[in-house]
Design a binder for this molecule. Structure first.
Ligand SMILES: Cc1cc2nc3c(=O)[nH]c(=O)nc-3n(C[C@H](O)[C@H](O)[C@H](O)COP(=O)(O)O)c2cc1C
Length: 316
């Protein structure tokens, strides 16, 4: 398939592995890029030196394009952006911040920039900032989420209506060929997939976390931490603690204290399923295996093509 997203990033399939804290190291990013998608290293959980090491290992593991995701809510931003420029990373996906802050600077160094948002208002800000592509992430998604709780099904056509030129990538609840096809029917030109790639052999998440995710059913994840930054989490003991505090009207400061530091590392990377912050999306209820990235890509492409053929014959 060739479209605006494949030609923008120089990839074979318009499938992006979203940057994910504690999951998206060089192994996952390189595997996705080698399989014809776009792999992103998740800088959100890396010290600057660790990021540099992952970029170098990724370059050694693939000759295909790859990128770095930079959530703008973490420290060391200046240093991280300098490393990205110095290491000549061709693509950056920024998130959790203002698209105006870094887009021009990065583009000035020949870097393609996509920005992640969850509402039409911010999509328009991205277009004003001149980003090369926009990722619109619906409420189903794992990780940090929009306050408006708009589902991917509604968000994509809404955003399509307000954009005049920027190509759109859909995220949230996508992890199969059929969900990808649905997103493209709604007007997206590519998809960003998180949870499905978090639960693969190459993801750097702990085995405990991956195995737990495979067993999750409908309703086992919920949006939490709404007073801080809304995040979709598995309903474990830590989630219940936050929920109780939110229900009795605890202040943002109190919830920040309950969250403490390095909660997501504890949960996702170290496998503490009780006290850890377990970020994952609704689509886990459809996931029942821990395959390689190659297998995931093969299955998505096969299902996408079969369904596209089947639907091609539909007529009302
Ligand atoms: C464990 C986990 C960690 C994530 N960390 C980040 C992150 O650091 N930066 C970011 O922009 N998005 C992050 N996300 C969101 C993903 O990049 C992606 O947009 C989202 O997972 C897509 O929805 P899906 O989970 O339904 O596929 C994370 C998602 C998960 C599941």
């Amino acid at each position: 398939m060739e479209n605006k997203i494949t030609s923008l990033f120089g990839i074979k399939y318009p499938i992006i592995a979203g940057g994910m804290v504690w999951c998206s190291g060089w192994r996952l990013a390189a595997a996705v890029s080698n399989a014809g998608g776009l792999g992103l290293i998740g800088a959100g959980s890396m010290h600057p030196d660790t990021l540099r090491e992952h970029i170098r290992k990724c370059k050694a593991a693939t000759d295909k394009p790859f990128g770095v995701n930079v959530p703008m809510l973490y420290p060391d931003l200046e240093e991280i952006m300098q490393i990205i420029v110095d290491e000549k990373v061709p693509i950056v996906f920024t998130s959790a911040g203002n698209p105006k802050t870094w887009t021009n600077h990065l583009q000035g160094h020949g870097i393609k920039v996509a920005h992640v948002i969850a509402s039409s208002k911010f999509a328009m800000k991205c277009e004003e900032a001149g980003v090369d592509a926009i990722v619109a992430e619906g409420f189903e998604a794992g990780g940090h989420n929009g306050r408006e709780e708009t589902t991917t099904m509604v968000l994509i056509p809404q955003i399509k209506k307000v954009l005049t030129k920027t190509p759109l990538i859909a995220a949230g609840g996508i992890g199969t060929g059929n969900t990808m096809l649905a997103a493209m029917a709604l007007g997206a030109e590519g998809v960003q997939i998180g949870s499905r790639f978090a639960i693969t052999e190459e993801s750097s998440a702990s085995d405990e976390f991956k195995k737990l995710c495979v067993g999750l059913k409908e309703g086992d994840t919920m949006l939490s931490l709404k007073k801080l930054s809304p995040t979709r989490l598995v309903k474990n003991e830590f989630y219940q603690k936050v929920q109780e505090a939110e229900d009795r009207g605890a202040s943002a400061d109190e919830i920040r204290e309950i969250l403490g530091r390095r909660r997501s590392k504890k949960g996702i990377f170290e496998g503490d399923l009780v006290e850890g912050e377990l970020e994952i999306g609704q689509i886990t209820s459809l996931i029942d295996d821990i395959p390689s990235v190659g297998e995931v890509m093969k299955n998505i492409i096969a299902e996408f093509n079969d369904s596209a053929k089947r639907l091609g014959g539909l007529n009302l």
